[in-house]
Design a protein around this ligand. Structure first.
Ligand SMILES: [Cu+2]
Length: 492
């Protein structure tokens, strides 16, 4: 087992964390009689494939939902926050009868799945207008890795707004990782992290009140739609947490009091062996699977979100006028840890042990083709402040990068801006080779990598199986909507 950062327990001023939670939850309580006629759904519904087919109806619409015991009016899939969890196996066919009952165009992106970017599969160029329906259908490759993937809207221009309204759900691929005895024995939990900006009546705040340039954040943070859920750990046992950052812009730096995390999977699936960490940083779009050994005294432990400075656009760069809202500055002003959940020890079971081997990750051949992508921002004629890749804002009729199917490339991503940018590539997983010239300490398959301001990250990508057009972009989704995206053509 690899140990990346040393055992380091978090001490914090209890008062500070408590105040942050109380202050984050200011709108009035609504009695259950005032809630809409539709019953509240506490747990996201699960749709599993059966006899090789995962088929369901999925409707995007505005709905009244409960976040904890408060009412909110959000954007939902099938009326649920988070959206229903989908589960499939390699080789399955997926058929989703999708209806758009939102007031603006939308579509679906299957984030992290290795499936075609064309037709009615993972095609982000589709636009489904209000009131229209579309049948998504694709087959998952029979050698697809197991892992924690997800689905969300990807209609350029509306992505941040729609995700911030709540439209996100898990897409779980079952497979070999789930069959490792120690992992199979662990209690499995799914944690979908979202944040919301709501007014006193629980309605979504207008984006005019938010810092779009910095990337909108809300001061209500929920896990599975709950502002402070309780998870139980079996004493001496082990849990497997599958965590998704489904926030539009917010980074999470997670730490569990008196406990370590054993990282077993990143966005593209299993690592080769567990990696011991005391903190887990998840940018928007990223997922991680961790094992937690319940090896402390029975009692309550807090899951904390530690401060993280991801940079911000200064006032001088904003050009004035209403862009710098209250909620948008939260990321810089939050300098105390915040409690996201409480963990409660249950009754004793037999002691758990960690798995030794998880998977084999082959080293990729050193490629001939190396490309450079510079991330920054700037003024564009007629557009104002935009976010740029290689000096250009996104244009839907332009191909920015052409690659050949069945080749491997290195992409060097250089952030010369003032904010951190998580870089996401659709369809194909990649490996991080180095950060600022320093080799990555262990191999991992990823689809989203943090490129901090002033830094350079080199990734190696095999383009496999699927030709067609797709995109790469910053996963601070306001930055994507404001231009930090490029079109990739994979030529067969
Ligand atoms: Cu960005």
């Amino acid at each position: 087992m690899k140990k990346i950062n040393r055992r380091q327990f978090i001490t914090l001023a209890a008062a500070g964390a408590g105040t942050a939670v109380a202050a984050s939850w200011m709108w009035e309580r609504v009695s259950s009689s005032q809630l809409s006629a539709k019953p509240a759904i506490d747990l996201p519904k699960l749709h599993k494939s059966n006899n090789g087919l995962l088929e369901l109806n999925l409707e995007a619409s505005n709905r009244a939902v409960k976040l904890g015991d408060k009412q909110a009016y959000l954007l939902t899939y099938n009326g649920q926050i988070p959206a229903p969890r989908l589960e499939a196996k390699p080789g399955d066919t997926v058929r989703i009868h999708f209806t758009n009952n939102l007031s603006q165009a939308t579509n679906l992106h299957y984030h992290g799945l290795h499936i075609p970017p064309t037709g009615n599969a993972d095609n982000v160029f589709l636009s489904i207008e209000p009131g229209e329906s579309l049948n998504y259908e694709f087959t998952i490759p029979s050698n697809h890795p197991a892992g924690t993937f997800w689905y969300h809207p990807h209609r350029h221009g509306f992505v941040a707004e729609q995700l911030f309204g709540g439209l996100a759900g898990l897409f779980i691929m079952r497979g070999e990782l789930d069959e490792i005895p120690e992992i199979k024995a662990a209690k499995e939990e799914f944690l979908v992290l979202q944040d919301f900006a709501l007014d006193g009546e629980g309605r979504l705040m207008s984006s005019a009140h938010m810092s779009i340039m910095t990337g909108r954040e809300g001061d209500v943070i929920t896990i599975n739609g709950d502002p402070n859920p309780t998870f139980s750990l079996p004493a001496k046992g082990m849990v497997r947490w599958r965590i998704l950052n489904a926030s539009t812009s917010r980074f999470y730096r997670l730490s569990l009091e008196n406990h370590l995390f054993y990282l077993i999977a990143t966005e593209g699936g299993a690592l080769t062996e567990p990696v011991e960490i005391s903190e887990l940083l998840l940018t928007p779009g990223q997922r991680a699977e961790v094992l937690i050994k319940a090896d402390q005294k029975p009692g309550k432990y807090r899951l904390l979100n530690l401060p993280y400075d991801r940079g911000a656009m200064g006032m001088g760069m904003m050009g004035g006028g209403g862009m710098m809202g209250r909620t948008g500055m939260m990321s810089r002003n939050e300098d105390t840890p915040r409690v996201l959940a409480t963990i409660n020890y249950g009754s004793a079971v037999k002691p758990a042990s960690l798995p030794k081997k998880l998977s084999v990750i082959p080293a990729l051949p050193k490629p001939k083709q190396v490309r450079r992508f510079e991330l920054n921002h700037g003024m564009a004629p007629g557009m104002g402040m935009v976010f740029l890749i290689n000096g250009q804002p996104y244009q839907n009729n332009r191909i920015d990068t052409q690659v050949k199917l069945n080749t491997v490339e290195d992409w060097e991503i250089i952030n010369t801006g003032v904010m951190d940018h998580p870089f996401h590539l659709h369809v194909n997983h990649f490996q991080v080779i180095s950060r600022n010239g320093q080799p990555e300490p262990y191999p991992a398959w990823k689809d989203t990598v943090l490129v901090p301001r002033g830094e350079t990250v080199r990734i190696r990508i095999p383009f496999r199986d699927f030709a067609g057009k797709t995109v790469y972009h910053c996963h601070i989704l306001d930055h994507e909507d404001l231009g930090m995206m490029g079109t990739l053509a994979i030529q067969g």
